[in-house]
Write a protein that binds this ligand. Structure first.
Ligand SMILES: Nc1ncnc2c1ncn2[C@@H]1O[C@H](COP(=O)(O)OP(=O)(O)OP(=O)(O)O)[C@@H](O)[C@H]1O
Ligand SMILES: [Mg+2]
Length: 308
């Protein structure tokens, strides 16, 4: 379990992480989302003591990272995949980590195989591709068989087989009762992997929710099918309500939830044969939530064409 309480980090006069509190629970995959520069990597560094908070605190399985005698068994991390000595082989890099914790060579071989690196284990890490580096980073994170796994953009640079591997791996780790935290900019992938979401913008907590609630509450309206659309339309009408229809017996209602619509229809004896809240995609819900906190806003495509 990771528990952050009022975690704050300032660099000069810029507050990069601002009063952030959240919990990463065992048995769940927590997706840590936010636009570029939102403070995700800084938060992750503070979790493992690579940066110290200006204010607030964070614990890993009940105590600060530095207080653990054998931290690799508590939390395995991937922060910067490239922060490995380029002249060392993957095998020797993992062995060096293993020696710090008395982890047997057998476990090193195991994680090399798990990460699909067997054929390149003896190769210099400096010659690794982006994806091979990511795989080595994930192998390092798993080395100590930790209760918590925290990965900063783990699927960055992975091929489709690698993305699927990470998805199944993280799901499996959470199902074994481990706490998994990952940051990602790939929304459709996060929607598939994560249960829980912690979303930040400019260092502040914007949402602490589940993928399901977040995409449902972002609200794509409620689809209602009825044999009496005209009558239902007038019964549901109200100042905050908009109703559109895509076919003769189907209405898309925004501004009233499914429960309300069902109750009104029942009260007036209008038969319904479908009543479905429409979830929006995680990407759409995320863009909507973070619109005002994006720091590095891209210019529209036509600006580039005009300039050319
Ligand atoms: N050592 C540092 N000194 C000064 N500013 C820093 C330092 N590290 C990070 N920052 C600033 O903190 C802010 C948050 O950076 P961080 O890397 O945590 O964002 P992020 O959410 O991980 O972004 P991305 O999605 O691009 O990886 C940025 O504005 C960054 O410039
Ligand atoms: Mg980052």
């Amino acid at each position: 379990m990771i528990e952050a309480r009022e975690l704050t980090k300032r660099y000069g006069d810029k507050t990069v992480v601002d009063n952030l509190s959240f919990t990463v629970k065992p048995g769940e995959v927590t997706g840590f989302l936010g636009p570029n520069g939102a403070g995700k990597s800084t938060t992750m560094r503070m979790i493992v003591g690579l940066d110290s908070p200006t204010k607030g605190s964070v614990t890993v399985n009940g105590r600060s990272y530095a207080k653990h005698a054998a931290p690799l068994h508590e939390i395995g991390t991937l922060l910067e995949a490239k922060s490995v000595h380029p002249g060392r082989s993957a095998f020797h890099h993992l062995m060096a980590l293993a020696y710090t914790h008395g982890i047997p060579r057998r476990r090193v071989d195991e994680v090399i195989e798990l990460a699909g690196l067997t054929s390149v284990a003896g190769k210099r890490v400096g010659a690794f591709s982006l994806g091979m580096g990511q795989r080595l980073g994930i192998a390092s994170a798993l080395l100590g068989d930790p209760a918590i796994v925290m990965l900063d953009e783990p699927v960055n640079g992975l091929d489709p087989e690698g993305v699927l591997w990470v998805r199944n791996l993280l799901r499996g780790l959470a199902d074994e009762g481990r706490a998994v935290m990952l940051s990602s900019h790939l929304m459709s992938e996060t929607a598939l992997i994560a249960d829980h979401l912690v979303i930040v913008g400019r260092g502040r907590l914007l949402a602490d929710t589940t993928v399901e609630d977040f995409t449902r509450e972002a609200g794509g309206g409620v689809k209602v099918s009825t044999t009496e659309p005209m009558r239902l339309r007038s019964l549901l009408a109200g100042p905050e309500v908009t109703i559109s229809s895509s076919s003769a017996e189907e209405l898309l209602v925004a501004g009233r939830d499914a429960r309300e619509i069902g109750a009104i229809a029942a009260q007036h004896g209008v038969p319904l044969y479908e009543l479905t809240p429409q979830a929006v995609s995680l990407e759409a819900a995320f863009m909507d939530l973070t619109r005002d906190v994006v720091e590095y806003q891209s210019a529209p495509a036509d600006t580039v064409r005009k300039a050319a």
